[in-house]
Ligand binder design. Structure first.
Ligand code: DLL
Length: 437
């Protein structure tokens, strides 16, 4: 089933013409409403009239997370504050998060694109869908929520945590669709098994899974243990949230809502565009966004693009492959983005801590666990900090501060001075023990 035949099944010529028209309008809009872009375009001697077709996109500058950080919080917002009706935030590379404001029109586009995704997964008005992405500043919960409502299915805003309660709701309400991270889906399966509830006792038929990388063998396991079909959904806050791309019945690549989000793949080193099939960094331009439109935003996600117009589902939009890595050091832990630099900024702000730390990420019972080992400064250690009480207090202080900056809990281990491994070259800050099979 297809939600919007007109847009999802457009001929390639029509799509490219629409994208060109929208790009011209977008450049005109940011030129007049975002000083950041006006300055950049003027520096490059580009006026909106230079952008007439979608191929002209390569003339435009890139935008990076650093640009968002430098213009924190609202510097890249194009719409006046009175037009903004929702604000989300995602992890910045240090203390400040990345702020994204949406106008009513943006929320409408988001809900439209989400309805396209859910329809592609086979969800209809007859379904009951529980959303087990976090509700709050993270775009997962509310993003999917509005899409389910727009489609006309019933939404159960379960959010994360409370897994046993969620399992009972699945069984008692006859919930047919669930939206969550793939690792949470496995955790759900495990909890169900512990509670003695079998997949025959629940009615789940579809899972909408994203926010973190996952593999074919995880898909198989989730489908098997929960008795459903699991589909990929991809997105990022800076561009919109969940809804940027979605799998179809082929479960092989995700169609991009490219009438709204124009994709490119570039070489992350040379920044030159790459062609279909070549792996590189994914870049998006928000063709219709009003609140905080972005030109050529570098996602740092590594993948490939493929033509989608011969897909058996009937959609014609370009498909992206699985995310197979990042061109920066961002980690995704329990669906939350974490930069080692955020941890560093917390540690540097606590005088007792030496600027030496190690992040250890593990997956235990399908749940990600983060341990942060930090060295205490020698002078504090010498001042009687070698006893249990002050160390425990310091661990608590670091852990509370980390929680407030990262939005996830971490186990903190304070180490004696000089005990974390030193390396000759670049220090190794992260040990990621998770193996995605
Ligand atoms: O994770 C939005 C989202 C919510 C997508 C729910 C899907 C479902 P951010 O917190 O800004 O937004 O994180 C965006 O997460 O750049 C990818 O690295 C990663 N990511 C998102 N979806 C997928 C996916 C949301 N399906 C970052 N597969 C992105 C792999 C994903 N990685």
């Amino acid at each position: 089933m297809i939600w919007n035949n007109n847009k999802e099944c457009m001929s390639r010529e029509q799509m490219r013409a629409l994208q060109g028209k929208r790009l011209h309008k977008l450049v005109e809009y940011v030129y007049h409403n975002t000083p950041f872009y006006r300055n950049k375009l003027q520096e490059m001697n580009i006026t909106p009239d230079d952008i007439q077709t979608i191929d002209d996109i390569t003339k435009l500058p890139f935008t990076t997370k650093q640009d968002l950080r430098d213009n924190y919080p609202f510097g890249l917002q194009a719409a006046p504050q009175s037009e903004i009706i929702r604000i989300h935030a995602s992890s910045g590379t240090t203390g400040n998060p990345t702020i994204v404001g949406y106008t009513r029109k943006d929320i409408g586009v988001w809900s439209e694109c989400m309805a396209r995704c859910l329809t592609s997964f086979g969800i209809t008005r007859e379904d009951i869908v529980s959303v087990a992405y976090g509700y709050g500043l993270f775009t997962g919960g509310l993003g999917v929520h509005y899409g389910v409502e727009n489609l006309g299915a019933a939404v159960v805003p379960a959010s994360t945590g409370g897994t046993e309660k969620h399992v009972r709701l699945l069984r008692d309400l006859g919930i047919t669709g669930v939206a969550c991270t793939p690792s949470y889906a496995l955790h759900l399966a495990e909890t169900m098994e512990k509670m003695g509830i079998t997949k025959e006792q629940i009615k789940l038929k579809v899972a909408a899974m994203g926010a973190e990388p996952w593999t074919e063998s995880m898909r198989k396991e989730i489908e098997e243990r929960l008795g459903l079909k699991a589909y990929n959904i991809y997105g990022l806050s800076e561009i919109m949230g969940p809804c940027v791309s979605y799998e179809c019945s082929e479960q092989n690549g995700s169609h991009i809502n490219e009438d709204h989000f124009y994709p490119e793949i570039i070489d992350p080193e040379t920044l030159q565009p790459l062609s279909y099939g070549q792996q590189g960094e994914l870049v998006f331009t928000t063709l219709t966004k009003v609140g905080m439109p972005l030109l050529r935003y570098r996602t740092r996600d590594l993948t490939t693009l493929q033509p989608g117009d011969s897909c058996s589902c009937g959609r014609t939009s370009v498909k992206m492959g699985k995310i197979c890595g990042r061109s920066d050091d961002m980690l995704i832990i329990r669906g939350i983005n974490v930069f080692p630099s955020q941890v560093e900024s917390v540690i540097l702000s606590i005088p007792e801590c030496a600027p030496r730390f190690l992040l250890i990420v593990e997956r235990i019972d399908n749940m990600d666990k983060l341990t942060v080992q930090v060295e205490m400064r020698a002078e504090y250690f010498a001042q009687g900090f070698d006893t249990f009480e002050p160390v425990f207090k310091l661990e608590k202080q670091v852990s509370e501060k980390l929680k407030s900056v990262l939005s996830i809990s971490a186990k903190v281990e304070i180490k004696q001075p000089g005990t974390l491994e030193r390396s000759e070259g670049k220090s190794k800050f992260v040990i990621d023990k998770r193996v995605l099979k």
